[in-house]
Design a protein around this ligand. Structure first.
Ligand code: FES
Length: 109
């Protein structure tokens, strides 16, 4: 089973099982990782924002325009930021490292 390592804002790393075909958001929710995902993956919020380790960023599917537009609204966006609901797990992403941003803005509020 592939794994994802989530780095909490505190710096604590948590490695979790990451079934192929699930989104990073779904995997986080199954493991009590604190990603909100207010719109449940429909690209209508930015609360699933994660920061991808630069070593991994180029190995993800390229970012789409609508994902980029949503990310613009997220707090603390970096060059390797993505929306967790848009990253779908594959075998090739085994070991993926993601940092959780320290805050999110909930546009659905
Ligand atoms: Fe809302 Fe990902 S959960 S955009």
């Amino acid at each position: 089973m592939p794994k994802i390592v989530f780095i909490e804002p505190s710096g604590e790393a948590r490695e979790v099982d990451a079934p192929v075909g699930l989104s990073v958001l779904e995997i986080a929710q199954q493991n009590d990782i604190d990603i909100e995902g207010a719109c449940e993956g429909s690209l209508a919020c930015s609360t699933c924002h994660v920061i991808v380790d630069p070593a991994w960023s180029a190995r993800l599917e390229p970012i789409q325009d609508d994902e980029e537009d949503m990310l613009d609204l997220a707090f603390g966006v970096t060059r390797t930021s993505r929306l967790g609901c848009q990253i779908i797990m594959t075998e090739g992403l085994d070991g993926l490292r993601l940092t959780l941003p320290s805050a999110t803005i909930n546009m659905m509020g």
